[in-house]
Design a protein around this ligand. Structure first.
Ligand code: G
Ligand code: G
Ligand code: MN
Ligand code: NA
Length: 253
């Protein structure tokens, strides 16, 4: 926790950095997205899995600091990108539990004020456990964020309860179908039916569908056939350090 605090305060050499994994639009002229993913390369412990970093932050009251660090680091990364690249990007940030509260819309305004990113370029990814803890609160926070132009994605759909009630009660802009679903599609024909049904329902609700964990040509052709809107997975790119991601994005321009 002490080391994490030091890293977040920016004292000492930075072992903490961000990677960006492309989210490719199915439409050739669609906007390029990226999920922002935390990385910690520790000199003795090696690679620390991001859920452990997030948990350590949450348990030690460093959730807000981590959020601020993510926005600050993302802004510094974007400042090195050519402006046309920055303008064509949408960036998705994973929200941890402690960041989702009544003050989030105002907090986000503050974070964005120091960033080249417009609210319309920002997506928050939430898991259902975070979104559904307090439905009334979630509705209010969602409405305010969306009013400000920020989009909200339901992450990891297909892992937890994946109840349709979430889609009914809360207004999401995107739904991310979990990789466990995508990766079983070729061995289990029924999986494709689920992906198809979820995608059709989402489209009727005006929700954009992202397929996560697309690794093979076969998986890609399946999700394209099923009319998924965006594709994220090793087939196109792994999570990339900022400069490598910038080169990737420039090739897409
Ligand atoms: O890329 P990957 O192995 O890194 O991510 C593992 C898990 O860690 C994913 O579930 C992802 O949502 C989570 N994660 C990665 N970066 C962040 C982050 O910045 N904040 C939060 N809350 N979760 C993150
Ligand atoms: O937030 P979420 O749990 O959705 O985090 C995305 C996770 O999925 C990250 O850990 C990321 O590295 C991982 N991931 C992204 N694309 C692929 C893929 O094609 N295959 C596998 N196995 N993991 C992926
Ligand atoms: Mn995610
Ligand atoms: Na996910």
């Amino acid at each position: 926790a002490t080391e994490l605090r030091e890293q977040l305060m920016g004292s000492g050499p930075s072992q903490l950095f961000l990677c960006y994994q492309p989210q490719i639009p199915r439409q050739p002229l669609g906007r390029l997205g990226a999920e922002v993913l935390l990385r910690w390369q520790h000199p003795e412990l090696g690679f620390i899995p991001p859920p452990e970093i997030v948990e350590a932050a949450e348990e030690n009251g460093l959730g807000e600091r981590l959020g601020a660090w993510i926005f600050r680091t993302m802004s510094q990364d974007l400042a090195r990108f050519p402006l046309p690249v920055v303008r064509q990007l949408d960036l998705a940030i994973n929200l941890s539990t402690s960041l989702f509260h009544r003050g989030l819309p105002e907090q986000t305004r503050v974070w964005l004020s120091d960033s080249p990113l417009l609210p319309e370029q920002l997506v928050y990814e939430l898991t259902e456990t975070i979104a559904l803890d307090d439905l009334g609160l979630s509705k209010q926070v969602f409405a305010e964020l969306r009013h400000n132009g920020i989009r909200i994605a339901l992450d990891d759909f297909g892992t937890g309860w994946s109840s349709f009630a979430y889609l009914k009660d809360l207004q999401f802009d995107k739904l991310k179908i979990d990789k466990s679903f995508i990766q079983k599609m070729d061995s289990d024909a029924r999986q494709a039916l689920f992906v198809q049904a979820i995608t059709e329902l989402c489209h009727r609700l005006d929700i954009c569908v992202v397929a996560e964990g697309v690794e093979t040509e076969l998986e890609l052709s399946e999700v394209l056939r099923l009319l998924v809107d965006e594709i994220q997975g090793y087939y196109f790119a792994r999570p990339l350090p900022a400069d490598a991601f910038c080169e990737f994005a420039e090739r897409q321009l």
